[in-house]
Design a protein around this ligand. Structure first.
Ligand code: NAD
Ligand code: RM4
Length: 253
């Protein structure tokens, strides 16, 4: 019970890493606010699982790229659950596309969701934590892609580097309020975001072959790290990043 009676808010919580994180936080004793976007059935499944664990849940539907939704989500979490201790900025998209003909709207949507969305969500969460005056923990889902490039990800990898950089600057800006800010850098985790990319058997074999631990990651692998960073186990950790890639980045020769 690393998060007993803590109040956690997670963006993009209906699927993949966000879903696993919301459920693992509830397993660890937290009440959870879910930001979801046009995914009502999946959202209700996550909410039901959290209720079954005996924890409270709030569901807020809204696009993180619409920055007005940031204070609205935090207000909904506070109204329904009574405060905010942990904020997880997870919502993200990666529409795989080459560089030379990247459509401007694909670029802008990716930056709008992954970077601008994360920025204003974290800002709204931090303001709430400062108002409460009892500190808190912010965890952003960055990526191995903050550290290395991808041919079909020229719009995406800068957002993941940006999110980690945001956590470093927020760690500096918010340390005096007792708010810790860290990022997790997942390697390749099998979720909907890369289902099409990994549907190509050659690409999947190549990606798996790069991983010393011999498998793609699962959303739960990342959820456990988020819980660690959110909890008092990481009381002296801020401005840091945890790379969780099965060893892929270290594998050069
Ligand atoms: P996913 O597609 O399974 O889940 C993404 C979630 O975000 C969904 O619940 C979706 O509804 C939600 N979402 C999408 N756009 C949204 C928006 N505009 N507003 C609110 N919610 C929105 O993908 P995932 O792999 O779980 O991705 C979650 C995060 O993890 C992303 O930030 C992604 O960049 C990051 N990440 C994923 C991997 C991976 O290999 N899967 C690796 C590194 C980092
Ligand atoms: C990650 C990483 C993975 C990719 C996902 C979409 O950051 O690049 O390999 O599958 O994004």
């Amino acid at each position: 019970m690393l998060l007993e009676d803590k109040i956690v808010a997670v963006t993009g919580a209906s699927r993949g890493i966000g879903r696993a994180t919301a459920i693992e936080c509830a397993r660890q004793g937290a009440h959870v606010a879910l930001n979801v976007f046009k995914d009502p059935e999946a959202a209700e499944e996550v909410a039901q699982e959290i209720r079954t664990l005996g924890r409270k849940v709030v569901v807020f539907d809204g696009d993180v790229a619409d920055t007005d939704n940031a204070p609205r989500f935090i207000e909904a979490a506070v109204a329904g659950l009574g405060g905010l201790d942990v904020f997880v900025s997870n919502a993200g998209v990666c529409p795989f596309h080459g560089f030379l003909d990247m459509p401007r709207e694909t670029y802008e949507r990716t930056v709008g969701v992954n970077m601008t969305g994360a920025y204003f969500m974290v800002q709204a969460a931090a303001n709430q934590m400062v108002r409460q005056g009892r500190g808190g923990s912010v965890v952003a889902i960055s990526s191995i892609s903050a550290l290395v490039g991808g041919e079909m990800q020229t719009h995406y990898t800068p957002t993941k580097a940006g999110v980690h950089s945001l956590m470093q600057s927020c760690a500096v800006a918010l340390g005096k309020h007792g708010i810790r800010c860290n990022s997790v850098m997942p390697g390749t985790i099998a979720t909907d975001i890369n289902k099409d990319d990994l549907a190509d058997p050659d690409k999947r074999r190549y990606m798996e072959g790069r991983i010393p631990l011999g498998r793609l990651g699962a959303p739960e692998d990342i959820a456990k790290i988020v819980v660690f960073l959110a909890s008092d186990m990481a009381a002296y950790v801020t401005g840091a990043a945890v790379l969780a890639d099965g060893g892929a980045l270290a594998n050069f020769q």
